[in-house]
Ligand binder design. Structure first.
Ligand code: KG4
Ligand code: ZN
Length: 327
């Protein structure tokens, strides 16, 4: 079964064809980074308009890449995300499903990220602790299997990627901030400044807004500080907390594996440190599978279609769609 997945929740316009729920036949991602970079962040109105222009060419390329003219089902992200952006992908997916007379299924973007290891790791062992860290979310999840998730903790203020983006902007490193800090930090000393590690003893929730403020205060006190040292010290503080909490969850819950996901999982320090912190297999998705893409949406959509059946065509976008935790 070939399923066409569509992802337009933020600033990537993506389409992919996935067979049998996990074999990626094609995956097209049109990044809008260049359109938003000069504003220092994603401009929702520009993102929505760009999706309208970029989506159908991406769909055509994904179908051609998979060598098919018509898929057997269509999936699209319906939340969480930017309302105008979600609306474009969701409307297109429903219209295509109707015109091809195939089932349509709506996908929770966060569940999409959880399917990255399902695509990439044939020998995946459950239960998995998943650290899902992106521009909009910081979640620690116990995944007992596809569709069975317990939310262990989340951020109480900024998302991890949001902290990277805000600190990068403050340091004049541009947008998107995560890759810029990752690059510059390689030249810096991570012990140059002692920055706070919030909520280290406090369960599985995260907090990053105090760390961002601490970087600002440090620059006020040390105007001569090297940007590379600040970036390296900041990155070390974020990664220390992420890794400590994920490793604690693996130990406490006896998980069979640890998995990273979301855009911040592209961070080189996090990718290096996470496997060292646990003695179970660590699944670190490829860079393309960490950041937003439609293959993960197609894989999640295939599982949902098989388990819950198609979604109604009345399904609307939900910008604040909650994480799909199961009791
Ligand atoms: O998952 P994603 O592509 O989009 C969202 O759903 O948010 O994540 C984007 C986030 C941005 O905040 C970006 O700065 C961050 O992931 N990011 C990184 C790196 N690459 C992307 N953060 C730290 N290090 C990186 N190498
Ligand atoms: Zn995402």
């Amino acid at each position: 079964m070939n399923l066409l997945g569509i992802e337009t929740s933020c600033d990537e316009t993506a389409a992919a064809v996935v067979a049998e729920g996990r074999v990626v036949r094609s995956s097209v991602v049109s990044s809008q980074i260049d359109l938003h970079a000069r504003y220092g962040g994603v401009v929702p109105e520009i993102a929505g308009r760009a999706h309208v222009e970029l989506l159908m060419p991406a769909v055509a390329e994904a179908l051609a890449g998979a060598g098919i003219e018509r898929p057997d089902a269509v999936a699209a992200t319906y939340g969480p995300g930017l309302i105008g952006s979600l609306l474009v992908g969701l409307s297109a997916a429903k219209a295509l499903a109707m015109s091809w007379d195939v089932p349509f299924v709506g996908v929770n973007h966060l569940e999409g990220h959880l399917f990255a290891p399902v695509i990439e790791e044939p020998a995946l062992e459950w239960p998995l602790v998943v650290l899902l860290v992106s521009g909009g979310h910081t979640l620690l999840v116990l995944a007992k299997g596809p569709g069975h998730y317990r939310l262990l903790g989340q951020t109480i203020d900024d998302a991890a990627g949001e902290a990277f983006d805000k600190v990068a902007r403050f340091l004049g490193l541009g947008y998107p901030g995560g890759p810029a800090i990752d690059r510059v930090a390689k030249e810096g000393d991570p012990t140059a400044f002692r920055l706070p590690r919030a909520l280290m003893d406090g369960g599985y929730d995260f907090s990053f807004s105090g760390l961002k403020t601490a970087v600002v205060r440090t620059v006020e006190r040390h105007p001569e500080a090297a940007t590379a040292d600040l970036a390296a010290s900041f990155q070390a503080a974020v990664v220390d907390v992420l890794v400590a909490k994920a490793a604690k969850a693996v130990r406490d819950l006896g998980a069979a594996g640890l998995c990273l996901g979301g855009g911040v999982a592209a961070n080189s320090l996090l990718r290096a440190r996470a496997p060292e912190a646990v003695d179970v297999p660590t699944y670190v998705p490829s860079l393309a599978m960490c950041t937003d893409n439609a293959a993960m949406v197609a894989a999640a959509g295939a599982w949902r279609l098989a388990n819950d059946g198609p979604s109604p065509l009345s399904l609307g976008p939900d910008p604040n769609l909650a994480f799909p935790a199961t009791p």
